[in-house]
Design a protein around this ligand. Structure first.
Ligand SMILES: [Zn+2]
Length: 559
């Protein structure tokens, strides 16, 4: 395979070696891998089909001369999962999750570690140094262990202790640095310099950027599998891969989206796709130097010296030139930078887990919170096809999102009382698990999808007994029988509509005082609004169900 390194500053091209970290002509550390794209485009269109679905199927686009299968841990080839429920909730049917949790150590950093360690092994390197907020060191540790390479992992003392233990378990030497992540990087660099060891340099490590490209290629192939190729243009002898309209990823240093954006450019260059997806880069508000610079139209970020976020894995205060490079990519793709609060991230994490069964780590939840924000702001259109990068290494974030009392205790009696059989003892112990009565909510809507969505959203917020009715007549029957504490009512239903249901409820003293939230997809006329006045507690627009307003309203009405 033919590849070389091109200097981003002077344009000089040199052969690739993992140990040469400067441009031989101008000393710059900012360089980029270049390939013979003409010949690779032929491989991409003719030989991919027969290869296993892992990241090495794009081996011609990676700086490893002969990939060694003995080092592999099953990296890449992660699923692309459609987020059907999030789609219903946001009114965007085409949201896909690139599930990087399913990598060997549970994060997208596995790709970086796999390619870098393969290149180091090929170059005969036996020892390396990396600074990390956790996931990078875990990924490197696993691959380094497999390759027999010794890793010195410099982590800040804020990295959760479970992550540090996992790094140590793989045989890496953990070095705890009391200070910021940027300071940990400086200490690691000095250590590597003194001992003349290979140092991972973040986005300046060529293998890292190259590894991240495989996410983009996989997304292209997977989306094409789901949605079909983009209409073939006359004169093309191969299908044009489908691209999302948006690719969303949360960032700390920014290497991930920088690599993925490079894959998009390569695919365009090789004629494999027609249009670059817009890239949305999301940061935690308490450490968002890139977002601050972007909003001022600046291509250089002002470093943040004391990050204020609980999400330590995203606390790169000084993104340096990576931001400048990313700025160019994001601008070209008509993408954006956005930030979200820790609270928004934790809430998204909860919603994602409860609505989609996907437990992401807070850093990845930042990307989903960004998605919600951009859809609500109208930056992302509801018809857009969206891919969100979801990585999921564990982090003890539960205290932030679950609070206390998330588990219920069952204490089995040690001795069965005389008057009880063993079964009765068990039953009385189990009676502590659930109270006899949860708040009761009737959901009235003729669309089963809408009912299911409201049920899911409510269940994601707490324990409720939920009754569903598909029409006005059925609703009145259930309400008279069950006397719910709250009714969520659709207006437009065939046969008996919401207005008539309201009239019937208000005419009977037993049901007149049950609070009602009307949820409608329709723009109401002045006359219709008058009919509802004084009759209902709140009027909600469908598609706005996840708004704090709606959930606050439900909580208030249920006391
Ligand atoms: Zn140069």
């Amino acid at each position: 395979m033919t590849f070389a390194v091109k200097c981003l500053d002077c344009g000089h091209t040199a052969p690739y070696s993992p140990t040469s970290i400067n441009c031989p002509r101008c000393e710059s550390q900012w360089r980029d891998m270049v390939y013979d794209y003409d010949s690779i485009s032929r491989v991409m269109t003719s030989q991919l089909t027969g290869r296993p679905f892992d990241m090495w199927r794009y081996r011609e686009l990676l700086p490893v001369r002969s990939p060694n299968p003995a080092l592999n841990l099953g990296e890449g080839g992660t699923p692309l999962i459609q987020a059907v429920n999030l789609g219903l909730m946001l009114g965007c049917p085409n949201i896909y999750i690139k599930d990087e949790r399913q990598g060997p150590t549970g994060s997208f950093k596995d790709r970086q570690a796999a390619v870098t360690i393969a290149a180091l092994k090929e170059a005969g390197i036996t020892e390396m140094v990396a600074a990390s907020t956790g996931n990078v060191a875990i990924a490197y540790s696993a691959y380094a262990a497999r390759a027999g390479i010794k890793l010195w992992a410099f982590v800040t003392s804020l990295v959760p202790v479970v992550k540090m233990r996992e790094i140590a378990l793989y045989g890496s030497q953990v070095v705890k640095v009391t200070g910021s992540y940027d300071q940990a990087k400086q200490v690691a660099a000095e250590f590597a310099r003194q001992r003349n060891l290979y140092l991972d340099m973040g986005a300046r490590t060529l293998t890292s950027i190259e590894a991240m490209k495989t996410i983009g290629y996989e997304v292209a192939e997977q989306l094409t599998g789901v949605l079909g190729p983009t209409n073939n243009q006359a004169g093309k002898d191969h299908p044009i891969w489908r691209m999302p309209d948006w690719y969303i990823q949360s960032v700390s240093g920014g290497m991930g989206p920088l690599g993925v954006a490079k894959s998009f450019r390569e695919m365009k260059l090789m004629g494999l796709i027609e249009k670059l997806p817009a890239v949305a880069v999301i940061q935690a508000e308490g450490c968002a130097p890139m977002v601050q610079a972007w909003k001022k139209g600046m291509d250089k970020a002002v470093p943040i010296t004391s990050p204020r976020t609980h999400i330590e894995t995203l606390a790169t205060g000084d993104p340096g030139r990576t931001y400048t490079l990313l700025y160019g990519q994001v601008k070209d793709s008509k993408g954006t930078f956005e930030s979200v609060s820790d609270e928004e991230a934790f809430r998204s994490m909860h919603v994602l887990a409860k609505m989609e069964g996907v437990s992401a780590e807070p850093a990845a939840a930042v990307a989903f919170a960004g998605l919600f924000k951009l859809v609500r702001a109208g930056v992302i259109q509801t018809t857009d096809v969206i891919v969100v990068n979801c990585t999921g290494h564990t982090m003890p974030a539960e205290p932030f999102i679950l609070g206390d009392n998330w588990a219920r205790d069952v204490v089995l009696p040690s001795q069965v009382r005389k008057e009880e059989t063993p079964e009765e003892g068990l039953l009385s112990a189990l009676s502590n698990i659930a109270p006899d009565r949860f708040p009761r909510i009737a959901v009235v809507d003729d669309s089963p999808e809408a009912r299911r969505l409201i049920r899911r959203i409510l269940q994601s917020q707490g324990n409720f007994t939920i009754y569903e009715a598909a029409g006005g007549g059925e609703a009145l029957k259930i309400i008279n029988q069950e006397r719910p504490d709250l009714i969520i009512l659709d207006l437009m239903m065939p046969e008996m509509d919401g207005f008539s249901v309201l009239d019937a409820l208000k005419s009977k003293p037993e049901t007149a005082s049950i609070p009602v939230i009307v949820a409608t997809a329709k723009e109401l006329t002045g006359e219709e609004k008058d009919r509802l006045k004084g009759q209902i507690q709140a009027l909600m627009q469908k598609g706005d169900f996840l708004s704090d307003e709606f959930l606050e309203e439900v909580r208030t009405l249920l006391g």
